[in-house]
Ligand binder design. Sequence first.
Ligand code: MUC
Ligand code: MG
Length: 377
Amino acid sequence: MKIRSFDVYIVDLPTIRPHQLAMHTIVSQTILLGCATDEDGREGWAEVATIGGASYGESTPEAIKTNIDAYITPLVIGQNPIHFDKIMNDVSKLVRGNYFAKALVEGAIVDLAAKSKNIAAFELFGGQIHKSLPIAWTLASGNTDADIEEAKEMLEKKRHNIFKLKIGKGDPYKNVEHVRKIKQAIGDQARLTVDVNQAWDEDTSNYCIALLQDAGVSMVEQPLPAWDFEGMSRLASKFSVPIMADEAATSIQDVFRIAKYRAGNSIALKPCKHGGLTQTKKVAGIAEASGLGLYGGTMIESSLGTAMCAQLYATLPEMKFGTEIFGPLLFKDNLTVNDIRFENFRVIVPDGPGFGMEIDKEKVKHYARKFQSETEM
Ligand code: MUC
Ligand code: MG
């Protein structure tokens, strides 16, 4: 059965509280949904999320949609979805970069292929090793007392016992103090990690990571700009606290370079930044071969994108740092009929056909940018 059409929707979904990163505070997250339809009218859906327009990364929502519509869709029409790897290989020969766009297209085709065989998508990636995964929560309200209260509530509800703090915005020394206070308040009940989102230079990193290590922080994510491989390598050899590459770890070639020069000793996976699920498996292979620890990252996707990540991460033997695919919990509403389940400090991997999620078209229509909800859906 061949692909008949491919549609892309831009959706803005409000969050339950402001989520503060170094470069942007999220109050409404911009999500891209892709729908591949076959000649029988069967649909496959996928999601990628973006943060802060062009401020987090180069793939803006508008560019993702435009580039899919203009350059990728014509290459996938008429193809058999079960050949998703061949299709994306052909796309890569004519479309450079555009990792988020490729991840969205591949994801929808995979969902369609799996649904047409009535199997979960993870069966197409070697099968499910884990039924659930450890799940971190990001404390990013921008206020120390509010973060402490939120952490205690999460512990009490048995929702999360790994917390990541976003510390790239504002005075680095004050932010280190903010981390120290939170660690003091929660003690050994939870693991604490930090994400700097590229905001520090090497001198600041040297000073602040020493303090963070003393404070009992268990991982430091992307302290330096994504381009600074050499600086990351020096930090990774200097400190015993693990240094994680996130924004620097995109293409498989970048990840190979990180492994070769030890520009970090762990990697945050995100199917969107690697260009899809197949590429994410390859990144995990490079990490496994070179002894880099893995983390199941997020761009703060809603339930569908979270299911895609969960299904792929569930096929990997070891996630040394757990996952942070908490996205659905940060949103006021849901774009699927069914929810992702979070229980006992873990996320349950959906196992229905495809990614195991049923899209709620009324909700998509409601949150889609107006020019789309009125015309295309
Ligand atoms: C990032 O850089 O890791 C993931 C969790 C979160 O709070 O922000 C994202 C992006
Ligand atoms: Mg990060």
